[in-house]
Write a protein that binds this ligand. Structure first.
Ligand code: NDP
Ligand code: MG
Length: 361
């Protein structure tokens, strides 16, 4: 079980909940980072007794994220949003620190590099993302070869909408997730279904499976957080009420299970669980993700960078919701693809994606 953590992105949705978990289980907090919310960062540092030199405001000093991530003998909780989390993740791994990873963009942009570094340094990456935590828990129950992963998705804010209806949805509607309260970017990602695309690539890297071995299933109640089917046809699923404190706690107390203050699940209260196929016509980003996953190399990085840029434009009121997927598709098709991958290629690819998008407002 984790004794001390470095928490990157402490002022966000996952960051704040991680501090609640740390407090409940007397886990020492050694370092904290925020991007620009200095006030909350300082009050968290004060509350958890973190030294000022172990705090970082990454908008002013991005390099310090890597310095903090390399403090020895800690678990690094990466709760940063976006591919800005990649270098700190690598820094943590190279220092021999276990990584509790919420920052899925790290694995989408640079999964191959990260998994190789983790192997070389004999470091574990423990997922915080609820689906991947669920898969890890299913595998802890039966450590057999995976036949198939069933990656569940709530369907986001616009489940059941038509293409036509998506043209007139507002930012407020997109930011209202039916089951989870999360940061703005991931909430929009859920509404476009890009979040499930990112999670598909995250799962491929974490569990060493192909995209064909992952079935995406819409499950609007968000009770089954994902499942694994084994060779014999048996499916093991993990269930709970939707509350991120559970996967965060599991990542920090693994392999132990300790009491957790979330509302316990009553199956009779829920009554029924439903499942359906995703609508690939209305939400085309899932198929585009499979295409990028199949290509490999820098293709997922292109997709991720285009998505980060398009979501930021949407959140700033510059483009409409339905334009997010159009812009991603256009940018994906226009950017140079290579089967190779390295940190330099990732940086170059992200620059190229920004150039592709420079015609936009
Ligand atoms: P938030 O937007 O709520 O928080 C993001 C955190 O990262 C904040 O502390 C923010 O600082 C900091 N940050 C923002 N931009 C940068 C940057 N460029 N460099 C370094 N730090 C930055 O996001 P969430 O907590 O919702 O999500 C964090 C990650 O976890 C994402 O990758 C998301 O996909 C993943 N995740 C989140 C879930 C959730 O329930 N929220 C569930 C599963 C996965 P500041 O406050 O100063 O802006
Ligand atoms: Mg998730």
């Amino acid at each position: 079980m984790t004794k001390q953590i470095i928490l990157l992105g402490s002022t966000g949705s996952i960051g704040i909940q991680t501090l609640q978990v740390a407090k409940a289980h007397n886990i020492k907090v050694v370092a904290l980072s925020a991007h620009s919310n200095e006030q909350l960062l300082n009050s968290q540092a004060h509350e958890f007794g973190v030294k000022p030199e172990h705090t970082c405001l990454s908008s002013e000093n991005p390099d310090k994220l890597c310095t903090l991530a390399a403090i020895k003998n800690c678990t690094v909780v990466n709760a940063i949003v976006g591919s800005a989390g990649l270098k700190p993740t690598l820094s943590a791994i190279n220092a021999g620190n276990t990584v509790a990873l919420a920052n899925k963009e790290t694995l989408v942009a640079g999964g191959e590099i990260v998994i190789k570094a983790a192997k070389d340094n004999n470091v574990s990456i423990i997922p915080i993302d609820s689906e991947h935590s669920a898969i890890m828990q299913c595998l802890a129950a039966s450590n057999n070869e995976i036949h198939k992963i069933i990656l569940t998705a709530s369907g986001g804010a616009f489940l059941g909408y038509t293409k036509e209806q998506l043209k007139s949805v507002t930012k407020e509607q997109a930011l209202h997730h039916p089951n989870w309260s999360m940061g703005a970017k991931i909430t929009v990602d859920s509404a476009t279904m890009m979040n499930k695309g990112l999670e598909l690539i995250e799962a491929m890297h974490l569990f060493n499976v192909s995209h064909e071995q992952i079935e995406i299933v819409i499950h609007p109640q968000s009770i089954i957080h994902s499942a694994v089917e084994f060779t014999d046809g048996s499916i093991i699923a993990q269930m709970s009420n939707p509350d991120m404190r559970l996967p965060i706690q599991y990542a920090l107390t693994y392999p132990k299970r300790l009491p957790c203050p979330i509302k316990r699940l009553s199956l009779t209260e829920i009554g029924q669980l439903t499942f359906m196929k995703p609508d690939d016509e209305v939400f085309p980003l899932l198929n585009l993700t499979r295409e990028a996953a199949q290509f490999g190399g820098n293709a997922p990085c292109i997709l991720n960078a285009a998505n980060e840029a398009a979501v930021a434009l949407f959140l700033n009121g510059k483009i409409a919701f339905h334009e997010i997927s159009e812009i991603i598709e256009k940018t994906y098709n226009k950017t140079n693809k290579t089967k190779e991958i390295s940190l330099e290629i990732i940086e170059q690819t992200e620059k190229e994606v920004m150039n592709c998008l420079s015609y936009l407002p």
